[in-house]
Design a protein around this ligand. Structure first.
Ligand SMILES: *Cc1c(COP(=O)(O)O)cnc(C)c1O
Ligand code: SF4
Length: 351
């Protein structure tokens, strides 16, 4: 008998991360309904405006992340990171499609080098979540889709082989954990064969937004990697780090990987010293150290997230006075053409 329905065990057992991704929220109305929110209460245009902004950069948020949001609160800091507000349609002076001028940093299709000693591979354009402030929201992944060549990344690996000065390969995207374990394992194995490579870094938000992605296969492939592994996750608010995320991060740490976090300073999300202090503490409780706190990249449609530099400096002074040094992230911004992220000096706190 031919049937289209899944065997019963697939319907009743715990769902896989792939199923969680496939059932992520993509409709603004469904997301608001799940949170008990009435779109008529939105300040700028209601559901129609949300749909228009979602047409510019699609809404995508896994149910696991939505469960960490406060019910009935438009100002929830997690919701604000993913909800396509009408404000995204504003054209603002100083904001552009490629503020980081990444197109100029291409060594090979999908391979960017901006800084000495390390290169970044765009492994996929996909992410488990779409963050509204993302600097890659306008990145032309289509132009890099030929970098993959059926999962073999030949041109990029050839460019790395030809440059012995590159000691660290950063797997980025999109999000490298949007790839399945088989493709990731083959890429990691290829990287491990490059004689000069010492470190492999993953830049990923997936362990935060979809902790079930940290499965046994992923842990095994990282544990087996002969290179030193660094996993840089991306969380912006302590409420993102629930028990399941903490367990996933601790499992990653147990493979021997070093865990760091980068955040973006975002108005209405984490632009307050208490929120930043709680984030650092929640990260450390999950074996993860704060690394960078980025000032917003000025990409089109993100102006409502910008925190003025003077306010960022004052927040950092307050944080510096509250936390041990290892829990204070470095405030940086990205300036095209600079040899690394540019530190923003915060001055001294006078009490
Ligand atoms: C941010 C970035 C890196 C990593 O910089 P670190 O300071 O080493 O964390 C590397 N390559 C590119 C292209 C980047 O944008
Ligand atoms: S996960 Fe990272 S790359 Fe993907 S949308 Fe969010 S910020 Fe951008």
């Amino acid at each position: 008998m031919v049937t289209n329905s899944l065997p019963a065990r697939h319907n009743t057992g715990p769902i896989t991360w792939q199923q969680e991704l496939a059932t992520a929220f993509t409709e603004p109305a469904a997301l608001l309904q799940a949170l008990g929110l009435d779109p008529a209460q939105l300040p700028d245009g209601g559901l129609e405006a949300l749909r228009k902004s979602a047409a510019l950069f699609p809404l995508r948020v896994p149910a696991s992340f939505v469960r960490r949001m406060r019910y009935g609160d438009f100002n929830d800091p997690l919701l604000r990171q993913v909800l396509p507000l009408g404000q995204e349609q504003l054209q603002q002076a100083g904001f552009s499609a490629d503020p980081l001028e990444e197109a100029a940093a291409r060594l090979a299709p999908g391979l960017l080098q901006k800084y000495p000693g390390r290169a970044l591979l765009v492994t996929t354009g996909a992410c488990a979540v779409h963050c509204r402030y993302c600097f890659r929201r306008e990145y032309d992944y289509g132009a890099d889709s030929d970098s993959e060549q059926g999962g073999r990344w030949e041109a990029a690996l050839a460019a790395l082989t030809a440059d012995p000065s590159i000691e660290e390969l950063i797997l980025s995207g999109g999000d490298p954990l949007a790839l399945g374990n088989a493709r990731l394992a083959s890429l990691v194995q290829r990287a491990a064969q490059l004689p000069q490579l010492k470190r492999l870094r993953l830049h990923t938000r997936t362990p935060i937004v979809l902790p079930s992605r940290v499965d046994a296969g992923l842990l095994a492939l990282l544990a087996a990697c002969p290179l030193q592994v660094i996993v840089v996750v991306h969380a912006n608010h302590a409420a993102e780090i629930d028990e399941e995320v903490t367990a996933s991060l601790k499992a990653l740490r147990a493979t021997g990987a070093h865990l760091l976090n980068q955040s973006v300073l975002l108005a209405g999300v984490n632009d307050d010293a208490t929120a930043l202090a709680e984030l650092s503490q929640a990260l450390f409780a999950a074996d993860t150290l704060p690394y960078y706190l980025f000032l917003l990249d000025r990409v089109n449609g993100t102006g409502h997230f910008e925190v003025p530099e003077a306010q960022a400096q004052s927040l950092m002074r307050e944080l510096n006075g509250r936390l041990p040094g290892y829990l204070v992230p470095r405030l940086v911004r990205e300036i095209p053409g600079m040899p690394g992220k540019t530190p923003v000096s915060i001055g001294v706190a006078l009490s």
